[in-house]
Design a protein. Structure first.
Length: 116
């Protein structure tokens, strides 16, 4: 299940509107090329995480992007021009690979770092 925090939804929407108003009244400012609003599904069994992404996909009228499944990510999204809303589940296989990668952190030190 995706994490819900009371009041967060309304604060986020208000912040997005405020950003849009801010940029609209200052056309001389550089604007980001894209805006990505990503929701990460709470860690759970893979089946439950997939079900949550599928639930979100149904709510936003989208499909699940299977192109990322080889990397252990299950996601859906909807775009509003350069603005994207995305729900992502990081499945157990991807979390395990990431944990294994981090287990080497600090194990290899270059000669230039030895004196630090």
């Amino acid at each position: 299940m995706t994490l819900f925090h009371p009041g967060h939804h309304a604060r986020l929407v208000a912040g997005l509107r405020a950003l849009a108003d801010f940029l609209e009244t200052r056309p001389e400012l550089p604007a980001p090329l894209t805006v990505d609003a990503t929701v990460f599904v709470s860690e759970d069994a893979d089946e439950a995480m997939r079900a949550e992404v599928e639930r979100v996909a149904a709510q936003i009228g989208s499909t699940v992007d299977n192109g990322c499944s080889a990397h252990g990510h299950y996601r859906t999204s909807v775009a509003f021009g350069p603005v994207q809303y995305r729900a992502v589940a990081v499945l157990a296989s991807a979390r395990a690979r990431y944990d294994a990668l981090l287990s080497y952190s600090g194990a290899v030190v270059s000669e230039s770092d030895e004196g630090v």
